[in-house]
Design a protein around this ligand. Structure first.
Ligand SMILES: [Zn+2]
Ligand SMILES: [Zn+2]
Length: 312
């Protein structure tokens, strides 16, 4: 249980041997979410032990190739594997046409339902809502319509204190009710207050994925206080004007967003192929936001770990 983020790719448009295009897996309690699906994502999943059959929801930020060109291949492989379960895809509307055309010209219609959820990048919306979690979009500033995704766990039920249930001889059938916050009444009519029987759970986790985007403070209200912010940092500060023209951000700009958002931790990604050494990204970001890490391919960031390491 909890949130774990595995990086499958963290490079920008042109892949290099050391880094693949954008794709990552968020394991949020029971669900396995795929966020962006650059070319080669399915091979990266095999390499890093991610079971693609467990994915039921795929979120695509925008339709630059480095964020979706792996999708057709992945969906085809799932078809060959005999998948029957519906696949939910949250993406810009035109992607549905791409998938339809592929299924038409390949002569293999999808054997499992593809439930397409078109995303309009005009305002933030809740696009997924369960008793445990919400996912909402956040409008980013890029050259074409682009949305980020914010995953927020709902407040967790209180933890039942086992010693108290034994002390008051509370039957198992009443546990669920107490965890929901209700008091418990003993057979003699005396009420035991909920706070004596339970303990507060950990604070809910949240994760914001913001790629691709220029430095864009309009996103701040939507990503406030997130546990982890993934923000693109295509360039270093010496290319700040190039970044702005191309709808991208620098490491220092990403750190400034993390600071203003009061995020707990920041992961930088979407690096330009022109950089071999990623250490300078940390050097530039950490004076502004100390808890900055690099999205290294294959690395899993577990939200419950107090200390994260970042060996480059
Ligand atoms: Zn990109
Ligand atoms: Zn892009």
């Amino acid at each position: 249980m909890g949130f774990k983020l595995t990086i499958l790719g963290s490079n920008s448009a042109r892949p290099i041997l050391a880094r693949r295009p954008s794709a990552q897996i968020l394991q949020a309690n029971q669900e396995t979410f795929l966020i962006d699906c650059g070319e080669g994502t399915q091979l990266q999943m095999i390499k890093y032990g991610i079971k693609s059959s467990k994915i039921n929801h795929i979120f695509i930020s925008h339709l630059h190739g480095d964020h979706y060109l792996g999708l057709v291949g992945l969906l085809d492989t799932l078809a060959l594997s005999g998948r029957q379960t519906p696949m939910h895809i949250y993406a810009p509307p035109m992607l549905e046409k791409v998938l339809d055309l592929h299924h038409q010209i390949s002569g293999f219609p999808s054997p499992y339902p593809i439930v397409f959820h078109p995303l309009i990048a005009d305002q933030s919306r809740i696009i997924y809502d369960t008793p445990e979690l919400t996912v909402s979009t956040v409008v980013l500033s890029h050259r074409i319509p682009c949305t980020g995704f914010v995953f927020r766990e709902k407040t967790l039920a209180r933890r039942l204190l086992k010693a108290k249930t034994l002390e008051y001889n509370i039957p198992f059938t009443d546990f669920h009710d107490i965890k929901k916050g209700n008091d418990y009444t003993l057979p003699n009519g005396i009420a035991i207050l909920n706070h004596e029987l339970t303990d507060a759970n950990r604070p809910p986790y949240s994760y914001a994925y913001c790629s691709d985007t220029a430095y864009f403070p309009d996103i701040l209200p939507h990503i406030q206080n997130v546990s982890v912010l993934y923000h693109e940092a295509t360039y270093l500060q010496d290319k700040i004007s190039k970044a702005a023209i191309r709808g991208h951000a620098t490491a220092q700009e990403a750190a400034a967003i993390a600071l203003q958002a009061n995020a707990e931790r920041l992961i930088l990604g979407h690096f330009s192929s022109s950089y071999q050494d990623l250490n300078p990204f940390l050097t530039e970001a950490r004076p502004t936001f100390a808890q900055t890490y690099i999205a290294i391919e294959g690395k899993t960031f577990d939200f419950k770990d107090k200390e994260w390491t970042n060996e480059l």
